[in-house]
Ligand binder design. Structure first.
Ligand SMILES: Nc1ncnc2c1ncn2[C@@H]1O[C@H](COP(=O)(O)OP(=O)(O)O)[C@@H](O)[C@H]1O
Ligand SMILES: [Mg+2]
Length: 362
């Protein structure tokens, strides 16, 4: 059992210099991680993910606000009193100990009885398919196996909370996908609250019950994968989540409810928003391209086609904008073709031009 609650959590490293306020690494973080949920902290490098995780772990003091685990304040509790296990990007294994000893070490420190240690080490090693290397030293293992040892060590602890800091980022692409699937299975089996730091939106989407999207030390959105993908709360979330990236552009009011991309025939019926200029977003995979009908003014022309096999990315110059449309198969368009962007099947996302906050439309 472990529910984690952050209330106005803030972190400033170091002391402020005289006359200067120290820069906050994170601020105003408030959200609840429900018991048993897998929650990703997602955002670009430097946005405060590791800082947040370390504060939950107790490896860093918090500068303001509070953190509660099951309703109990833990800001002053030592890391080893918090019942959590950490899995780092660089594995942090002891080189002079065997795999068995690495997995068992934390249990010995906690004075777990010997036969219980043995049971847990063997069980964790089996789950991660490393039971045949228990006697060897980490240096003779592959990167993927080392990461499994680190995972097994965390699992053997049977903690209430797992904390992961970019655990897959040192693995090559194939192994990363495979380990990601295994992590998902493990979480379903163990059902322990998990907090997972990543800059990879695909990892966050595939693994999580909830995603905390962060930018510059602040929370942009806390929601399910469906919500951050289909109802991004800010333009930042819209641009960060989803691959290929959402088309985002500024449109101007032509008449009430109708907005155009300046200098083009590309128009959107947005409804009454009450602003002359807004940011609009359309996902490449929800749009289509088509040939103009006779007499129709084309939106733009194709500048590049990138076939990926199952889909093709068609780049269309629309005024100053390069609009991306992902079409099925190899597509039937060539560079230079005049085309219309068909967005009838697409969800339209609109954001305030200055604040980036989502605007209700439609
Ligand atoms: N020990 C530290 N001392 C001073 N500044 C730090 C320290 N750790 C992180 N920071 C700063 O805090 C911000 C957030 O860093 P971090 O939490 O590591 O981001 P992320 O994990 O998202 O890449 C960055 O600006 C970083 O430079
Ligand atoms: Mg980090």
């Amino acid at each position: 059992m472990a529910q984690i609650e952050l209330v106005d959590v803030e972190k400033t490293y170091g002391r402020p210099k005289r006359g200067h306020e120290a820069r906050k690494a994170v601020s105003d973080l408030s959200y609840v991680i429900e018991d048993g949920h897998f929650v990703s902290l997602l955002g670009p490098s430097g946005c405060g993910k590791t800082t947040t995780l370390n504060m939950i772990a107790g490896l860093e003091d918090i500068s303001g606000g509070e953190i509660l685990i099951d309703g109990r304040r833990v800001d002053d509790l030592d890391p080893d009193k918090r019942d959590l296990a950490f899995v780092f990007q660089d594995y942090a294994l002891y080189p002079h100990m065997s795999v068995y000893e690495n997995i068992a070490f934390g249990l010995r420190m906690r004075k777990v009885p010997k036969n219980e240690i043995d049971r847990r080490v063997v069980d964790a090693a089996r789950r991660l398919d490393i039971d045949h290397v228990l006697d060897v030293k980490p240096k003779s293992l592959s990167g993927g196996q080392r990461q499994r040892v680190a995972l097994a060590r965390a699992i053997a602890r049977r903690p209430a909370v797992f904390l992961f800091d970019e655990p897959l980022s040192n693995l090559d692409a194939l192994l990363r996908d495979q380990t990601r699937s295994e992590l998902k299975v493990l979480h379903r089996e163990l059902n322990a609250t998990s907090v997972y730091v990543t800059h990879d939106q695909e990892e966050a989407m595939t693994l999580s019950d909830r995603i905390a999207v962060m930018s510059r030390g602040r929370l942009e959105q806390y929601g399910s994968p469906y919500e951050v993908y289909h109802e991004p709360a800010t333009e930042f979330v819209a641009s960060f989540v989803g691959k290929p990236r959402m088309n985002l552009f500024t449109v101007q009011r032509q008449e009430e409810g109708r907005y155009v991309l300046p200098g083009t025939a590309f128009a959107l019926d947005i409804g009454a928003v009450g602003q002359d200029e807004i940011r609009a977003g359309l996902r490449p995979e929800e749009c289509d391209v088509r040939a103009p009908l006779p007499g129709e003014d084309p939106h733009g022309h194709v500048v590049a086609v990138e076939p990926l096999g199952n889909v093709s990315d068609v780049h269309v110059a629309v005024g100053d904008l390069e609009f991306l449309v992902r079409v099925p198969g190899f597509g039937s368009y060539d560079v230079g073709d005049a085309v219309m962007i068909d967005h009838r099947g697409a969800r339209l996302h609109c954001f305030d031009r200055t604040t980036g906050v989502r605007l209700p439309v439609g």
